[in-house]
Design a protein around this ligand. Structure first.
Ligand code: NDP
Length: 328
């Protein structure tokens, strides 16, 4: 067993340059823990928030939330995994940007043979997010219309496919004609190019015959929040689940009343996967979609672990499509 693992660590919050690759000690898993050797690691926007300090962390901190690989050892009380198993996770304590790590076993699930490590690293955190958005947040039925921001991103392309598989109509919002084309290929029924269409809500009204959409899924945050509310039908549901453009300012509840008794929620994946049983059920639902071919991993970019700063720059510069994977 290697006694150390190359791990990306931050000692201060800041730009991509604060990420350092260090050799960190790799111990034995304690009770309820697992040691996993990564074959692929997923990049997520939450890693940017944690690096920049938008979501402050005690420092020094290891970054990364999503990975896939082989279980090397399990601690006392872990029964759903054993050494040698293929496994994957999305969420849990940060520290995935590493060759290997010890972590709580609760969020780690056995990986079906048919799903490659790289694909797992592309779908775990983002796919579980899509699962809770469509299944566990507000009832969304076949025929309903959802406005989806950043539709060609990591979460976005998985969400387009999930919606198509359930007969849910997605109006995609994305930056540029190529990203719009990707969203349409993956199941959106309309795409709005933010670079060409200044008034998203007016375009949504036009596309929906004036009615508005049933649900908005908004991971962009500050820049799109008002347009999202303006795109909803009366009694519609606003799901604000991210801040790629910055944090949403405090909300005046009267803004919901005046637009037609709107509903709003600000969920996080961590609430949904806190219960290991729920996490495994969500993963089984996601893997079912993948094995059935209804949802396929979309790896748009690959970087080596020592190129992680470049990967963060690309994600923040809106240069990526689909998921980004780091290869340790
Ligand atoms: P993406 O691959 O979607 O990348 C972010 C995309 O956001 C960009 O490609 C860009 O798409 C769009 N964007 C719009 N404005 C900006 C901006 N000012 N700066 C950067 N990007 C911008 O990332 P992920 O798939 O990793 O995550 C998508 C969102 O989902 C994030 O907000 C993330 O925090 C959130 N999320 C939330 C979770 C939760 O539990 N609540 C869990 C997982 C993800 P374009 O060029 O098309 O505008």
């Amino acid at each position: 067993m290697t006694a150390t693992a190359r791990t990306v660590v931050i000692r201060q919050h800041g730009g991509p340059e604060v990420m350092m690759l260090e050799d960190r000690p790799l111990g034995e898993p304690g009770p309820g823990e697992v040691r996993i050797r990564h074959h692929a690691v997923g990049l997520n926007f939450i890693d940017v928030y944690q690096r920049s300090g938008l979501y402050a962390m005690p420092l020094p901190a290891a970054l990364g939330q999503e990975g896939a690989g082989i279980v090397e050892a399990v601690g006392e009380g872990v029964t759903h995994l054993k050494a040698g198993d293929r496994a994957a996770y999305g969420g849990g304590p940060s520290g995935a940007y590493a060759e290997a790590r010890v972590m709580p076993a609760g969020a780690v699930v056995p990986l079906p043979e048919g799903i490659a490590f790289e694909d797992a690293a592309a779908i775990m955190l983002k796919g579980l997010t899509v699962q809770f958005l469509f299944r566990r947040t507000v009832p969304i039925a076949s025929g309903d219309t959802v406005l989806l921001h950043a539709a060609a991103g990591g979460v976005g392309l998985l969400a387009c496919q999930w919606a198509r598989s359930e007969g849910i109509r997605v109006i995609a919002v994305a930056g540029g004609p190529e990203k719009c084309a990707r969203a349409l290929e993956h199941g959106a029924i309309h795409a709005i190019d933010t670079r060409a269409v200044p008034d998203i809500a007016a375009e949504v009204r036009r596309l929906t015959g004036g009615r508005g959409v049933d649900v908005v899924m908004d991971g962009v945050g500050r820049d799109t929040f008002e347009a999202s509310l303006d795109s909803l039908r009366p009694l519609g549901m606003m799901i604000s689940f991210g801040n790629a453009s910055g944090k949403v300012p405090p909300v005046d509840l009267m803004a919901l009343a005046s637009r037609g008794s709107l509903k709003i929620t600000r969920p996080t994946l961590f609430t949904h996967i806190a219960d290991p049983e729920a996490c495994r059920a969500m993963a089984a639902d996601l893997f079912g979609k993948v094995v059935a071919g209804e949802v396929t991993a979309q790896v748009g970019q690959r970087f080596r672990l020592d190129e992680v700063a470049e990967a963060h720059r690309a994600l923040e510069a809106r240069e990526t499509t689909g998921s980004t994977v780091l290869i340790p």
